[in-house]
Design a protein around this ligand. Structure first.
Ligand code: PLP
Length: 409
């Protein structure tokens, strides 16, 4: 680009669909016009010294709030020792975190990456490779569900089948049969010779805190067993203790063959992973998959610290109790705002309010009350406090949410 073009461009910045002033950052987000400088527990402080109660938790990422002393220590200790070596060599932190995840789940093997989308992509590749290695190369298609969110890569947008996220990015990646969420009859009808797997979030996060019932999850497991398909669960948002169990599928008493995790696993440091059984993971031999940054020592140090805390005796029970009490508070708030709040949804501290007025308006009203929450599809406000939130902060959050709803009225 010539200097003159650049100067001309700088004089006239492109309008961005956002309340925030335009910047050199590509305008892919409709950001709120606020910059945070510091965080502590459930609280964030802006560059101008204003405090916000953070029940967005970086979209279910800051699992243990901000600046948790154990996470800071794990990261800084590792930072003083070694940052990166690549996967040309063994990485002690990976082996430790993989052992922890394996001990706590259905899985026998773990692959580390850096994000949820990569975890889902790895899960899809592993499912296809499994059938390929077993002499069933025709089995490539994956059944997925409307309203799902599996990330923003070309495969994961095709998997979710959300037109809004696919428009203009074609050709669309083939291989996915996107069915109505939880429609077991449609799944039964769609399963064919080419079907390799069913991929689903036990509770849709971006889709609006929409949960599969225990019966639906069991039915999917049974269909997979009956037809020799793999069940891939995307627990990127609902996993890691968010629902009060380590993973949401535990509520249904079933296990997947492959599971994608990310978000909360690094407590704010980018970490993703997919977990698999020995049998299913076997064809993923050297050369089949990889990631330069995946399982980096810094990420593993934080991931190990997060797992240590989440697996402490009583931690998940406390999440269940806090979740129950807070959901009752939300139900009371719903009753106080008839015709505004239509439904309270979710489990543990993965909660949502389905609204009559636009959810985006309530997000803004919450921000005005210095409470952070995230919107989701299906006109839902997501309320995602850190799992170690205090009772006092939960009560404060409920008060602020009540006041925000009054602003809407
Ligand atoms: C956020 C999310 C993803 C994508 O994660 P990224 O880290 O943004 O790639 C995938 N699946 C689910 C269920 C998610 O909530």
């Amino acid at each position: 680009m010539s200097t003159s073009t650049k100067t001309a461009k700088l004089k006239k910045p492109a309008a961005q669909p956002s309340s925030a002033p335009s910047s050199a950052v590509l305008g892919t987000y409709a950001r709120q016009d606020v910059v945070f400088e510091r965080g502590e527990g459930s609280w964030l402080t802006t560059t101008t010294g204003e405090r916000y109660l953070d029940f967005a938790s970086g979209i279910a990422v800051n699992l243990l709030g901000h600046a948790h002393p154990k996470l800071i220590k794990a990261l800084t200790d590792q930072a003083n020792q070694l940052w990166h070596t690549s996967n040309l060599y063994r990485v002690a932190g990976q082996e430790r975190l993989a052992e922890r995840l394996v001990a706590a789940t259905f899985a026998d093997r773990v692959f580390f990456c850096n994000s949820g989308a990569e975890a889902c992509e790895g899960a899809i590749k592993t499912a296809r490779r499994f059938h390929h290695a077993a002499g069933r190369p025709n089995k490539k298609r994956i059944i997925t569900f409307k309203g799902a969110f599996h990330g923003r890569t070309l495969a994961t947008i095709a998997a979710a089948g959300n037109e809004k996220y696919m428009e203009g990015f074609g050709p669309d990646m083939p291989g996915f049969d996107v069915l109505p969420f939880g429609d077991i009859e449609a799944v039964t009808k769609t399963i064919g010779d080419e079907t390799a797997a069913i991929m689903v979030e036990p509770i849709q996060g971006e889709g609006g805190i929409r949960a599969l019932s225990v019966q639906q999850l069991k039915a999917l497991r049974e269909l997979c067993d009956k037809h020799g398909l793999l069940l891939i669960l995307d627990e990127v948002q609902c996993g890691l203790g968010r629902t009060g169990k380590l993973f949401a599928h535990e509520w249904a008493g079933i296990t997947p063959d492959i599971m994608a995790v990310a978000k909360g696993l690094g407590g704010g440091f980018p970490v993703g992973a997919f977990l698999t059984t020995e049998e299913v993971g076997k064809p993923m031999v050297p050369g089949t998959h990889g990631s330069t940054f995946g399982g980096n020592p810094l990420a593993m140090a934080v991931g190990n610290a997060v797992m240590e805390i989440v697996l402490e005796p009583g931690f998940l029970e406390a999440v269940q109790q806090k979740g129950l009490r807070f959901k009752q508070e939300l139900a009371r708030i719903k009753d106080e705002n008839p015709g505004v709040v239509e439904e309270v949804r979710g489990l543990g501290l993965l909660l949502g309010l389905r609204l009559k007025p636009p959810a985006a308006d309530l997000v803004k009203a919450c921000t005005a009350e210095h409470l952070l929450a995230a919107s989701a599809s299906d006109n839902v406000l997501r309320v995602l406090p850190p799992l170690n939130v205090s009772d006092e902060d939960l009560a404060e959050g409920a008060k602020r949410l009540s006041r925000a709803l009054k602003r809407l009225a």
